[in-house]
Design a protein around this ligand. Sequence first.
Ligand code: C5P
Length: 238
Amino acid sequence: MRLPSEERLIVALDVPAAPEAARWAKRLSPAVKHFKIGLELFTGGGPAVFKNIPNGVFLDLKFFDIPNTMVGALNAAASLNPFLVNVHALAGPAALEQCARAVKSQRPRPRLLAVTILTSFTGPELRKIGVNVPMEKMVSRLCGIALEAGCDGVVASPLEAPRLRKEYGKKFLIVTPGVRPAWSAKNDQQRVATPAEAIRNGADYIVVGRPILAAPKPLEAARMVIEEIRRAGRGQKR
Ligand code: C5P
């Protein structure tokens, strides 16, 4: 998808309460156009969190339940007007189909992403839980199932994005967490890439949390990431 560089960055507001999130949004919004509200913030602050965060929220609650419950949760989520919502692809084809139908009946509607394999997962861990398919293949398989079910895109590691573009083309969203600028710490993320690599690999949006929130100068850090995205996007056809 063609997007201005500053719209490709989504900052993860992984803080426990609404006032703190509102402060971060205010501080970063001179540069940042999209914020992510995840499990920690939504559990701590509830729907009221939306009030002080500008439009363009990715509500990252990764629903994973029986189809009926997921559909109910997505309908409730859509009433908050996020631009992106997500579910786990591992919920299965039937659940994903019902979720996609539910989201598409909303006006305005968010885009529905399916989480493939979390970027904190490693190959040995995958085998330990009984998945004997290599990571990339598993991510690709889940992406295919999600797109066939009518999802608008996937959440995947930047390292898997090239394969997904090659196999499924350009007409779906790839959102990549696990993004680490060269100047930041890896934390608990395992399958990481820099913002430039993520964009060159085919990501539409990149999610960055700790490298920006924990930086000595967070607004400057966000601007550096956007500049890196801009440089990586130059000359790109997508
Ligand atoms: O701080 P950091 O940049 O690692 O934050 C990444 C964010 O992306 C976190 O909020 C995490 O929940 C989310 N995420 C992820 N891996 C996924 C899906 C979402 O890290 N597969």
